[in-house]
Each structure stands twice: as C-alpha cells, then as structure tokens.
Design a binder for this molecule. Sequence first.
Ligand SMILES: Cc1ncc(C[n+]2csc(CCOP(=O)(O)OP(=O)(O)O)c2C)c(N)n1
Length: 493
Amino acid sequence: MAILLAKSRTIIRNILKITNVGSFEHVMKQRFTENNSWFHANYIIASYKTLAGDSISGKPRGLLASSAAVLIFRRAESARAGEMVEAVAYIDEDDDANQGMDFPGGRVTFTPQMECISESSEKRVPCYRVLDDNGYTITGSIFEQVDEETAVKMYKSMVTLQIMDTIFYEAQRQGRLSFYMTSSGEEAINIATAAALTPDDIILPQYREPGILLWRGFTIQQFANNLFGTKDSNEKGRQMPVHYGSNKLNYFTVSSPIATQLPQAAGVAYSLKMDNKDACVVAFMGDGCTSEGDFHAGLNFAAVTEAPVLFVCRNNGWAISTPTSEQFRSDGVVVKGQAYGIRSMRVDGNDTLAVYSAIRAAREMVIREQKPMLVEGHYISSRSPLDVGRFDQIPIVKRDRALENSSKPDKQIPKMGSEKRVVDRRGRNRASFKYKETVLSAIQVADKMKKPRLEDLFTDVYDRVPLNLREQEKSLRETVKKHNQDFPADVPL
Ligand SMILES: Cc1ncc(C[n+]2csc(CCOP(=O)(O)OP(=O)(O)O)c2C)c(N)n1
C-alpha cells in the first residue's frame, strides 16, 4: 500500500510538471459558465485540486489519498448527465447538437423510449466457409489460392501431426509419458493458420497448437525431447510435457494457467508496434479460455493500446469436458470481440481453405491498421464421443479435397492425387509408415537420452545465478545424496 501511495505521488508530481492548475481552472470555469452550471464547475475544480495536491507547497496527495475527490468528481459528472437527460425531453428534434452526448468512443443519441438491447441479435453471426460438406468449393466463395508446394506441405503436416498425436497419446496411456494433449480435429486450424503466417509472427499458444511448431521446422525428436524431459529439450525438463517453447521459432512456451497468454500477447504486440515491425502476434485460446478473467484483460488491453495481435479462438464447444452451454450464453466468442471494440470473424475451423484465407486477411489487417482482431474457428473435435465418427469421415475428406481444390479450382485433375497416394493418415501405406517410424524412433532416442543436470534447475532466469539460489542448489545436492533412493537415478548431479 505504502509503495502504491508513493508511486501515485510520483505520477502526480510528474503530471504537475506538465500541467498548469491555473489555466485548467480558467478553462473549466469558462466551459461550465457557458453551460450555466457553476455549481458543477466548482466541484470539478475542487476535485482536480484535491487530485493534484497543493501545487504551491509541491506536496501532491497522491491518487490513493484522493479517492474522495474522485467520487465527488464522478457525482458531479453524473448529476450533470442527469440534467442533460431531463433536458432532452424538451429539445428541438432538429437541433442535432442537443440530441446526444459525447461518450468515450463516440456520440450517443438520446431516446425518449425505455429500451434495452436484446441478449442476442436475431441473426447469429454467420460462419465463413469455402468448402461444402463434401469438400468442394462453394460457388461464389472468396478465398486465397494456395500454391501446390504449400498445399503439399499443409497436407503432409496435418497427417504428420495426427500420426504424432496418436503415437504420443498411446505412449501416455501406457504410462511412458506423464502427460499429453492431442490436437485431434484441430489439424486444419493448426496448420492452415501456420501456413498463413510468416516466421516473424510471434505465437503465444494455449496448448493444442503444436502444428505451428511443426510447420516452422520443429522436429519430431524435439517434440519427443520435451515430452521425456531430456537434456536436449529446450525446456531442460523444467516444464510439463506438451509445454513446448522455441525462442528460435518465435513460439512462446506454453503456460499451464490458461488465458495468461492473452494479456501477455497484447504486451508483446505493443512492443512490435513500438518497433515498427512488419509482423504481428498470434494468440491462441480454446473456448474455455474465454471464461477466464485474463481473456477480458487481454482483449481490452489489446483494444485500447491498438496492439497488432490476432486472437484465434478454437471453439469446439467444450472446455475439456464442460460444454459451452455451461460457460456462456452469448453468440459464441465472436461477439465478445465486438464487445471490446475488436473486429471479429467466425470461420469453419475444419475448412482448411477458409481458415487459411481468413487468417491471411486478418493478419494483413492487423498489421496494416495496427489494431487487434479476433477469429473464432468452429470445428468438430474428436473429444466428444458423438463427434468421433464424424471426425473420421468428414473433416479429413474435406481437408484432402480442400487441398486438391486449392491447386485446381476447376475440379478436374486433383493435383494432390499423387501426394494423397503416398501419405495416408491411417498409416497404412509406405509414406505414413515412414512418419510412424520417425515418431517411434524419436521416442526410443528420447527415452534413452540423459536427463538435464541438476544445476539446470537454477539457470536461465538470472544472468548470473544469485547467492540465495546457489545456496539452494547446494542444499538440494546434499539432500539428493543423503536420500538418493527418493530421487530419480537418471538425473546427473
Ligand atoms: C487459470 C486456469 N484455470 C483453470 C485451469 C484448468 N483447465 C485446464 S484446461 C481447461 C479447459 C480449457 O478449455 P478450452 O480453452 O476450451 O481448451 P480445450 O477444450 O481445447 O482443451 C481448464 C479449465 C487452468 N489450467 N488454468
């Protein structure tokens, strides 16, 4: 409290250096005299003086000390608003200047009707899609063409992601890994988003976005190293499995507390803005994230600072096992963006081309206009038992065809055909067998690899390890030696 008070005094002192109470008083009096409201003018001037403190003695009272002044100020303002509402009943309808009030964010008109806005608009926000349920381009749809090389890479990455997920998930069920999170059903939103970005765009993930890392060149061995907490993992065993991070690939490390990445994303994006970078931040979240306080802080922070951040919400209708009906009653997440003054769009998250096109357009707007944007992707997930069958049949077919169509809008010779024959997601043929082998051998290598050294627990935070941490390291080392039966044998001391 004392520190806060001291800080607020410093702020006030700085404000006083650049403001002039005398001239403020003059302007206020003039303004309020024009409005025949001397009473309020005096209140507001008194409040300001209390806020600013005694400018002559140079002893500002500080913000905390002047909360009473703030209340007086607000009361005066609200009383004045009351007068204006009353006055509106008598104004001349043609006199535009009197028909509204300047609210922060724009002029608001008055109405003699007592109206409330409804809890939802009659028409729900439509979902942008390019491909129909059979994977064919919908006539008249607007989308970005994907060149063949990118299309092949997208297809391979989605297949690899799914094979990797299946095997790592099995390893977790067998007890070889302590934790794993799959991205089943979210391959398109992972890979199509990654393809639409540039490597300079900074990713703040939730935890189901390993596809971005895969796209940017993270190897299967690197994934396995993280999962097994080996000495070669970027995280040096200091994170839970799946909490990947890569400085080199502009991918922030996953945090277990969900939604914390969102206010951080606004801050990172603001730094890009200050540096005039031709890049943006892309922050991912599930629908469950939007029920957290940090979601609101993040979006609001990004909106008011006009930070170039693209929020991507993966809405599968479930926060792990809690349905969205138990989380919120709004029209999904897209309208929440609008509530914060953020341009927002809804897209079919299983439609690779729609996601790719939406993210490309959104990224461009975010960077060009230096403002945040929200994209809500709806997708079918395999995590609800009812969705498993549909997941197996619809989205994959759709994805395969999406890529065929992207290279061939006239639908005649599927250019992806040959690629499709060599990579089959079910792992039946030679190429996917190769992916399977790669994942299995990465597991074997990681399983045998040494664990990080004990001292790694204490590095990478400070430039030089401070004395208290060195003491803790010494004490830990002694404890491990004394009770070595209680500690893992494979951690080099
Ligand atoms: C701050 C915080 N609150 C609660 C949790 C527990 N938790 C882990 S995952 C999760 C649900 C997340 O749902 P969603 O964002 O929709 O992600 P998905 O369903 O894709 O996993 C919750 C509540 C947490 N990790 N952090």
